[in-house]
Design a protein around this ligand. Structure first.
Ligand SMILES: Nc1ncnc2c1ncn2[C@@H]1O[C@H](COP(=O)(O)OP(=O)(O)OP(=O)(O)O)[C@@H](O)[C@H]1O
Ligand SMILES: [Mg+2]
Length: 157
């Protein structure tokens, strides 16, 4: 996570024309385990400050953490966009990387291609994506092998 890469915009609208109350863009470095988890910590604090319901804050923080770690572990780097409109919270990750050849398989509990190094650090249970799906209202994954992956996580407020 690069703190300089965090920007905040006000008075913008999202693709559906809704007012964007909060928008932060964080860069995420591949294999940078020292600052891993920082983006989800900040996101959690922001949601608390906005007065979002505790259970929703908890779910969004879990999903954000799993999405953030997937970029650290599996991608070559990318960014995480955290956006709040009056009716939804969105966490979007965009990375360059190997991509996901079989999304259906990647969504299965226990499926993981995590490296030995990541496993030694306690990652690689293959539970991140299934957890994100469970927490969110809906998710959308787009991936191109050898190019990268976009994950869009939406929480209806
Ligand atoms: N951004 C990504 N780029 C490339 N592959 C990914 C990405 N995110 C997930 N994957 C693939 O999907 C698999 C399943 O992801 P998931 O988050 O469920 O498990 P994991 O990251 O391997 O382990 P855990 O999240 O439990 O630590 C990964 O092992 C990897 O093969
Ligand atoms: Mg994961």
């Amino acid at each position: 996570m690069n703190p300089e890469g965090s920007k905040s915009f006000d008075n913008k609208t999202d693709t559906a024309g809704k007012d964007v109350l909060v928008r932060h863009v964080y860069s995420i470095e591949a294999e940078n385990f020292s600052s891993a988890g920082e983006v989800s910590r900040r996101t959690k604090n922001l949601l608390k400050q906005l007065g979002v319901d505790g259970e929703l804050v908890r779910k969004a923080a879990i999903a954000c953490y799993e999405a953030e770690m997937n970029l650290v572990i599996h991608s070559w780097g990318g960014r995480l966009i955290f956006q709040v409109t009056p009716d939804k919270i969105q966490i979007i990750t965009e990375d360059t990387g190997p991509g996901i050849p079989n999304i259906e398989l990647a969504m299965k509990e226990g499926y993981s291609t995590a490296s030995e190094q990541a496993r030694e650090m306690g990652f690689g249970a293959g539970m991140g994506l299934p957890n994100i799906k469970r927490c969110a209202s809906y998710i959308n994954i787009q991936s191109k092998v050898g190019q990268g992956t976009t994950l869009e996580i939406t929480f209806q407020i």
